[in-house]
Design a binder for this molecule. Sequence first.
Ligand code: S3P
Length: 455
Amino acid sequence: MVRTNDTEQTFIVRPGGSLSGELRVPGDKSISHRAIMLGALAEGTTVIDGFLDGEDALATLNAFRAMGVEIDGPVQGRVTVHGVGMRGLKPPQDPLYLGNAGTAMRLMAGLMAAQPFTVTLTGDQSLSGRPMSRVVEPLRAMGASIDTAPDGRPPLVIHGAARLRGINYSLPMASAQVQSCLLLAGLYAEGETITTVPGVVRDHTSRMLQGFGYPVTVSGEHNSTVAVQGGGKLTATHIAVPGDVSSAAFFMVAASIAPGSQIRLNHVGMNPTRCGVVEILKMMGADISVENESLAGGEPVADLVVRSARLRGVIIPPHLVPVAIDEFPALFIAAACAEGQTVLTGASELRIKESDRIQAMADGLQALSVDAQPLADGMIINGSTLSGSADTVPVFAGGQINSHGDHRIAMAFAVAALRAKSDIRILDCANVATSFPDFVGLASRAGMRIEGKCQ
Ligand code: S3P
C-alpha cells in the first residue's frame, strides 16, 4: 500500500521581514536514523539526545519497535534504545512502512538483507518512485535475495536467511546512503566489505560505528574508501545529535538575503562532509561567523552567526556538490538574490531526491519571475540585476508554488518571500514535518511572516 501524508498543508508567506534572535534547529536527520539503527543492534542501552522528532526519523524508530526493540521516547529530544544485539531482531508482523524516508529504506535494506527472516519495506508515493537498484544490485552481489517492484522501485521484499559475503565495491555515484547500506550489510558478512565513493560524502556511518566500538578502516584520497570486517559487535553508547545543518541552511540563506538581519544558530552540526553550504554561501559573499566550535559525540558542532550581505553569483566547484547536495533548494534562492550568474553542474542526483529538485525549483523560480534555466545536471540562475544596487529591492514576484510534497522545496520558497513583492503561497507542505516539524513556529519567531494552513 502506498500512503501519502494525510493532511494537506499550504504555507502562505507574506513578503518582507528580517531575521533576528537565537535559535536551535532540530536534530540532524542522517544522524538520528543511524543512532536508532546502531542503538537497536548494540549490546546495552543507548541514550540519544537531540533526536529529530520528525516523521522520517520516527519511521526508523517505529520500524525497529516493530522488530521487537524496546525504545522509550522521544521525550524532549531524548530517546532510549534497549539494544537487542546483532542477532536479536524479531520478524515484524507487517511490512515496515518508512514514509518519505529514503535514508531509512536504503540503510535498512543492508541490515535486513542479513536477518534470518523476510521483511517488506514500503514507503509513501514519493519514496515508492525512488530508485533502489543502487543498493539492491550490490547487495545481491553480497548474496542477498531481494525482490523489487518494476524498475528497481519499492516495495523491497528482502528474503531472510541469506549468507552474505564481503565485496569490494566502487560506487558509481557519490552516495552516502549506498555506502552506508553496504557497510551495514558488511557487519554481518563473511570477510571484509570495502566501499569506495567517487568524491566526498557524509561520513556519519563510519564515525558512529566507531563510537559504538566497531572497527572501521578509512583510507584513500579524501577518505573515500571505507571498510568493515563482518562478525563484530556494537557496544551501547551515548549519542548527542547536533542541529541539522541542512535545516540551518534555510536560516543561513534567510538571514543573508533579508536586509537588516542578524541571527545566531546554536549547536549546528559542522561535519566537514556536510558543510558545503557554508563554503558556497561564503564564496557568494555571505557574512557567516563560526563560533564556539566543539565536538559532540564524535561530530563537530558550532554556533553560526549570520548577518545580511550582498551576494554575488558563483560557479559552484564540483567538489562541493556532494557535500552540499541537500542544500541546493536553499542555495538557488540565494543565487536568485545574488548579483550575476550562478552555475551548478554535476548534480544530476538532485533529480531523484524526494522530488525532481531541479525541475521543481526551476518551475517555482520561473513562476516567481526569476531567470532560471534547468540543466540535465544542474541549473543556471541569473540573479536579480537590481539586487547588487540595493539589497532591499524585491527579487521574486509573488505567486503560487507547488512543492511536490518535498520538504526542502517548501522551505526554500518560504525563505524567498523575504524578498518578494507580494505573498507566496506554497502547496503540499505537510512533508516539512519529515525533517523540520516546527518550521513555521521557528521561522515566525525569527521574523518570517509565515502561516501554515491545513485543509
Ligand atoms: C543521506 C545521504 C544523501 C542525502 C540524504 C541523506 C544520508 O543521499 O541526500 O538526504 O543520511 O546518508 P544520497 O546518499 O542519495 O546522496
